[in-house]
Design a protein around this ligand. Structure first.
Ligand SMILES: *Cc1c(COP(=O)(O)O)cnc(C)c1O
Length: 356
């Protein structure tokens, strides 16, 4: 039996996506060749890329002024490309620091201008998402992370930034629920949590916000060019984008509203057990808990390896917490079934039964 895969990323993908990817690896589109061998300038791959871009547009109901690109270099590269493309020369950008990923984004932005960290939950080990802050209205943009994969916190409301465009890192919760994309000037997400395999990053941007920094840059850094060249400014990671396309088709078939319902059901089942179980406690504050990544600790840390072994015996993998937080983290991305969550809950109950 396939293990219950709770990994934080690279994460679980729908079975049918992996099946179809493996078929395309051998032979694609009646060509007799692998998808890996086909030119990215050929009709077949161009059509595949086109469908991936248009499915993103359709699923998020993007207004016409938004551009879509599948880029390389991970979300981490966007930490630098965002200020490069959007932080006005000599200007500043506002950031919220909600832990590791936003901390890295802040460090990258400093290469391009002043950074105003308007709020941070660092003094509380990032167990919450700060809500009390004011965004300076002369900032080029306001940057937030929607889901803090490592800490298990999530933004549950659209932040208020006045007239300053919002930039959001949705690497670990894009397509987990419907949301109003037009609220954001730029949305980005590395693929390997909820969109597909590692190797590509989705960037969605209101093109009216681009080309205004007064800065010149090499072509490969330029969002406008990537959008214009339909993500094929250089050789794109075709297989990774194909994996995204298959996942996007799967998402469309399920429906985003339905996916949200299932994700909420999974999260509420697991958090209910975390709160009930006398051996465990949740790490993030309740109001900011993530529906994607649940972090929890044992009251008795000496039993951690015992718990991990019990989970392993139940065919559960990927629940060890991030090294900076410790304890455990159960990631419940779209493709994880309710049955997998129930299997983890059973282990928690058995653990309490044995050791309480
Ligand atoms: C995983 C992750 C990243 C980093 O993605 P890479 O593709 O490895 O660069 C950035 N932000 C968030 C929120 C993440 O979960």
């Amino acid at each position: 039996m396939r293990p219950h895969n709770f990994s934080a990323g690279p994460s679980i993908l729908p079975q049918e996506v992996m099946q179809q990817m493996s078929e395309a690896l051998i032979e694609y589109g009646g060509t007799g060749l692998s998808i890996l061998e086909l030119s990215h300038r050929g009709e077949l791959i161009e059509a595949m890329m086109e469908e991936a871009h248009s499915l993103v547009r359709e699923l998020l109901q993007l207004p016409d002024n938004y551009g879509v690109a599948f880029l390389s270099g991970g979300a981490t590269t966007q930490f630098a490309l965002i200020p490069c493309n959007m932080l006005k020369n000599g200007g500043k950008a506002a950031y919220i620091d909600t832990g590791t990923w936003s901390t890295k984004a802040i460090a990258n932005a400093k290469f391009y201008g002043d950074v105003d960290v308007v709020a941070s939950s660092e003094s509380e080990s990032f167990v919450r998402v700060p809500k009390d802050y004011k965004v300076p209205q002369d900032a080029s943009y306001f940057y937030v992370t929607s889901n803090n994969t490592i800490y298990g916190t999530q933004l549950h409301e659209t932040p208020d930034s006045g007239s300053v465009p919002k930039v959001i890192d949705m690497s670990s919760d894009i397509f987990a629920k419907p949301f109003d994309a037009s609220e954001y000037g730029l949305i980005f997400a590395s693929a390997q949590k909820n969109v597909g395999p590692a190797g590509t990053t989705l960037v969605i941007v209101d093109q009216e916000l681009l080309g205004k920094t007064g800065r010149t840059m090499p072509p490969m850094f330029d969002y406008q060019l990537h959008i214009k060249k339909r993500s094929a400014l250089n050789t794109p990671p075709v297989l990774a984008i194909f994996g995204c396309l298959l996942t996007l088709r799967w998402i469309k078939k399920q429906g985003l509203a339905n996916i949200e319902t299932i994700n909420k059901t999974k999260a509420s089942l697991l958090y209910k057990e975390i709160d009930r179980n006398s051996m465990l406690y949740g790490k993030a504050v309740k109001e900011d808990r993530s529906i994607m990544n649940a972090t929890f600790l044992l009251n008795d840390p000496a039993l951690e390896s015992t718990f991990l072994n019990m989970a392993q015996e139940a065919n559960i993998v990927g629940i060890k917490g991030h090294r900076s937080v410790g304890g455990f983290r159960a990631s419940m991305y779209n493709a994880l079934s309710i049955e997998s969550v129930k299997a983890l809950i059973e282990v928690m109950q058995e653990f309490e039964h044995k050791y309480a």
